[in-house]
Design a protein around this ligand. Structure first.
Ligand code: CP
Length: 342
């Protein structure tokens, strides 16, 4: 079986991404009726984190448990990861002991280095470049909140704010799926040319469109979904005054900016948020804010992704084969000469 990692939505076709979302929706529907099938019974997930996490950590662990498997939380500093042991050796060892690896790494090169030598699927739980599991969740959430009469290819998604790792993945998945994507930010904080060229190539194939602008009001005029993310992250503390001055007030998703969008437009944020910075409390808690539906969908889409990548690789022994091996081992243990029960 071909080993595939989930490092970047760019590595997958439109149909494959839609299959991941459809699978997630089927598993969510089963979950809502209290019958999540134990599709990953006995499987183990190694979760490596170089940074803190709430949603990614909890959703992957709960997903594995509810699918009948098990997740190990390897917190920052917990294991050798390129320090005292090569990435190659870590990847090989974890591959012998678990069925899938999910990692959140500071550098994208660490993620690709792990995947290069891993013998089980590696799922990218965020790097400095991208956040693919987040955006599979986001598109599923958009489908659930699709405006009446529209289909996926009709949707206009506007991302207001810094060119973060979430922006890169959002821009790439939306253009890959044939949607209409706009990024609004001050010129200095717009998406780098390389990301734009990849998104434009996606549009050429999918029929989607890409707009980059420094006019936030124009950017929301047709938006079905308005999305934002943090304006600064850990390690950018020195830049806070400059970044705040560049984005505030025009690029803050406030009631005033939200009111410029169509009356059906929904607000999204990957969270964690700095309330009162990139978005106001009024918008975060607005009746058309779907941020907590979006957060919940991390759980359902992690299940979909885990099943998509892991289920086909698992052995599915018959009950008779399981009983045969259990009987053989128990017979050995019960032999008087083994001395185990003396
Ligand atoms: N959105 C997201 O990835 O959240 P965490 O950092 O809490 O995992």
């Amino acid at each position: 079986m071909v080993l595939r990692h989930f490092l970047d939505t760019q590595d997958f076709s439109k149909q494959e991404l839609l299959d991941m979302i459809e699978l997630s929706r089927m598993i969510k529907a089963a979950d809502k009726q209290g019958c999540t099938p134990p599709l990953l019974a006995g499987a183990s997930l190694a979760m490596i984190f170089e940074e803190p996490s709430t949603r990614t950590r909890v959703s992957f662990e709960v997903a594995m448990t509810e699918l009948g498997g098990h997740a190990l939380y390897l917190k920052p500093g917990e294991i050798h990861l390129g320090v005292r042991e090569s990435l190659h050796d870590t990847a090989k060892v974890l591959s012998r002991m678990s069925d899938v690896i999910m990692a959140r790494t500071l550098k994208h090169e660490t993620m690709t280095g792990l995947a290069k030598d891993a013998e089980v699927p590696v799922i990218n739980g965020l790097t400095d470049y991208n956040h693919p599991t987040q955006v599979v969740c986001d598109v599923m959430t958009m489908i659930e909140h699709m405006p009446a009469g529209k289909k996926l290819e009709d949707l206009h998604v506007t991302f207001i704010g810094d060119a973060t790792n979430v922006l890169s993945s959002e821009m790439l998945i939306c253009t890959k799926l044939g949607m209409h994507f706009t990024h609004a930010a001050p010129k200095k904080y717009q998406a780098p040319a390389e990301w734009v060229s990849w998104a434009q190539a996606n549009c050429a194939e999918s029929g989607g469109t890409l707009t980059i602008t420094d006019d936030p009001v124009a950017a929301v005029k047709q938006a079905d979904f308005i999305y934002t993310d943090l304006w600064w992250w850990v390690g950018q503390e020195d830049e806070i005054p400059e970044r705040r001055a560049a984005f505030m007030p025009d690029f803050q998703v406030s009631s005033k900016l939200f009111s410029q969008a169509p009356a059906h437009a929904k607000f999204m944020h990957c969270l964690p948020a700095s309330r009162g910075v990139e978005a106001t409390d009024e918008v975060m808690d607005h009746p058309r804010s779907i941020i907590f539906d979006q957060a919940e969908n991390r759980l359902h889409t992690e299940k979909g992704l885990l099943v998509y990548f892991v289920y086909p690789r698992l052995q599915h022994p018959s009950e008779a084969l399981k009983a045969f091996h259990q009987g053989k081992i128990e017979a050995f243990l019960n032999q008087p000469q083994t001395g185990l029960f003396k």
